[in-house]
Write a protein of this length. Structure first.
Length: 598
């Protein structure tokens, strides 16, 4: 059944792409065929295949229904202990430790608390960060009376980055635990969700990794608020689509997931790829690879979209988003070297290809646009008197097919979000987002904003792919998640080349192909205005105004969950402690000595 479902999914995506390519072929070759047309058709075929893949995923998600929650009482397995891991790397210390405190406090109120220990695994390289981590850790242990349950470890050598950080824990302490809940520095999870995930692991001995659907919270800027609105409204549906096709080879997104430690330890040792970065060295996007390795070893990997109460933050402006995206791009392109790895499941290989295409799609679209602009400039003069004809032969316009192609591409792009928005606006779900009007208004504005920013994001991703292909290494820059104001000057320094590119496109189109000027405006104008758009969408005051209007309201903003409110309180509480030195208690000293593996 699963094999048939996957086959139908793939064939449907291929069929939609072929139909689009055929329509485009008919339209562009009406005046004859050139070599440039074959390039255009090939690029469009790849692009439409990617659009069809996303469209089919959304459709599968809309057709799938979450399983009803079990009402049976599970037996408790106190011997099956779980380590909650919070890896950090030059992060906002107060914010990170406040999230840890909130989750620890919530779990302490549950009957399952005895099964859990917390670890803050620091890979920070800035001495000021390390000193602050130790100071706030001391405060937290004392305030929570958490000696022996909350641990802190700092690695002097940041070997293998986050994957190496987790591997270090598994090697030295993993034997003491049945499961580990891997978080990111910006993760926050409801205690009931954590307990439920561990319970599902207990229920299924074959399940090695259970992934939740993290939703974005805590953003103030228009860009950040649009991200968190989109994640809350659309992401659960797309995750259902992924779940409908996952079988035993589900996804791993690197955080907010519970993993069976022994299965991970025996299956997920990552190689250091031969050669130098960006394609060699440590694997940056380790999560996809670890999911594939678990599946290869016969274990089950699964995402359960019905798991609520799983949260994360996100970059608040386009520049920080692009910086993080650059690292992910390099990691995903590295996966090209792993596609032929022996023993991987077919669907795992397809997932790796999909991850690669998430970044190659942008430069492919860019090349298609460039070739399409060159086509009328380089096209030969039309010959209305072919050889042997005494009368002129005029080309037949293919307006109908052109409009059909355009309509089809818009359907692939817009229909899933439109159906999800209307499905939410006229069901009980609308109350979580402020009502029918705010759901539709938010979806419409998000769609417009996404369309305007699409050329900017396309250029950032294309630049990232180009840099990687010429051998530039992104490294592992820390992410700034603060909602600081983005000055136009800073935005201009990051995007001046887009302004120049947009201006060149406008000038060249007006000079050499004026008939196409209206088609280039939706791409060129956002590029010319890129610094202004980056600054405006990164302005927290504008975001606060949008919040007052109710636009981009999310359920977690309208009625914040207890763990979100607790995290905010702990952040204020930790800020109130002066950094004056204070004696370290013996209990704290003991708690930094990590427990020996069982």
């Amino acid at each position: 059944m699963m094999a048939f479902r996957r086959l139908f999914f793939v064939l449907a995506a291929v069929a939609l792409a072929i139909v689009a390519a055929w329509l485009f072929f008919v339209v562009v070759t009406v005046n004859g065929i050139t070599n440039l047309h074959f390039v255009q058709i090939g690029l469009l075929l790849i692009c439409c295949m990617w659009l069809s893949w996303g469209f089919n995923t959304a459709v599968a998600g809309m057709l799938r229904r979450d399983r009803p929650p079990s009402t049976e009482r599970r037996p408790s397995f106190p011997a099956r202990r779980t380590a909650v891991l919070m890896p950090v790397y030059n992060e906002d210390v107060t914010a990170v430790f406040a999230r840890v405190a909130a989750m620890y406090e919530e779990l302490r109120r549950t009957a399952e608390f005895s099964r859990y220990d917390f670890y803050i695994l620091s890979d920070s390289t800035r001495q000021a960060n390390v000193a602050e981590e130790r100071r706030v850790y001391d405060i937290l242990v004392a305030e929570l009376s958490a000696a022996g349950r909350l641990y802190y470890r700092h690695r002097d050598q940041n070997v293998g980055r986050k994957a190496g950080n987790i591997a270090d824990f598994v090697t030295n302490n993993g034997g003491a635990y049945e499961y580990m809940l891997i978080l990111d520095a910006d993760s926050l999870m409801r205690a009931e969700t954590i307990v439920e995930m561990v319970g599902r692991m207990d229920d299924d001995p074959e399940l090695a990794l259970l992934q939740s659907q993290p939703l974005i919270i805590g953003r103030r800027t228009p860009f950040g608020r649009a991200l968190q609105f989109s994640a809350a409204l659309f992401s659960p549906i797309f995750s259902r689509g992924i779940a409908a096709l996952q079988g035993r080879e589900g996804p791993f997104w690197g955080h907010n997931a519970v993993i069976r430690v022994r299965a991970f330890a025996s299956s997920c040792g990552l190689p250091s790829l031969p050669g130098r970065p960006p394609f060699g060295g440590h694997i940056l996007s380790h999560d996809y690879v670890e999911a594939a390795l678990l599946a290869r070893a016969g274990h089950k990997v699964r995402v359960d979209p019905d798991l609520e109460g799983s949260f994360e933050e996100a970059p608040s402006n386009i520049i920080e988003y692009a910086k993080r995206d650059r690292r992910w791009c390099q990691g995903n392109l590295q996966h090209a070297r792993l596609l032929a790895a022996p023993g991987l499941k077919t669907w795992s290989r397809i997932s790796l290809v999909a991850g690669i295409m998430a970044y190659l799609a942008s430069p492919i679209w860019l090349m298609f646009l460039i070739v399409s602009l060159l086509d009328p400039v380089l096209a030969p003069e039309p010959n209305y008197f072919p050889a042997g004809s005494l009368f002129p032969v005029f080309p037949q316009p293919e307006t109908t097919k052109a409009l059909l192609l355009l309509f089809g591409i818009f359907v692939l792009l817009l229909l899933p979000k439109t159906l999800i928005a209307f499905g939410s606006a006229f069901t009980a779900r609308r109350r979580e987002f402020g009502g029918t009007g705010l759901v539709l208004a938010g979806a419409a504005v998000e769609l417009v904003l996404t369309s305007i920013l699409a050329p900017i994001m396309m250029m950032f991703q294309s630049k990232a792919v180009y840099e990687i292909l010429i051998g530039a290494d992104a490294g592992w820059p820390s992410t700034d998640r603060d909602d600081d104001y983005m000055p136009v000057a800073v935005a201009f320094r990051a995007s001046w080349w887009m302004v120049l590119s947009g201006a060149i496109v406008l000038y060249a189109t007006y000079t050499f192909a004026p008939d196409l000027i209206l088609w280039t405006l939706p791409i060129a104008i956002p590029l010319v205005a890129a610094p202004l758009m980056i600054s405006l969408t990164g302005n927290p005051r504008l975001g606060d105004f949008l919040r007052r209007t109710g636009l981009f309201t999310t359920p977690f903003e309208a009625e914040p969950e207890a763990v979100i409110r607790s995290s905010a309180r702990w952040r204020d509480r930790l800020v109130s402690f002066e950094p004056a030195s204070r004696p370290r208690s013996a209990a704290i000293e003991r708690s930094e000595g990590l427990p020996d593996p069982a």
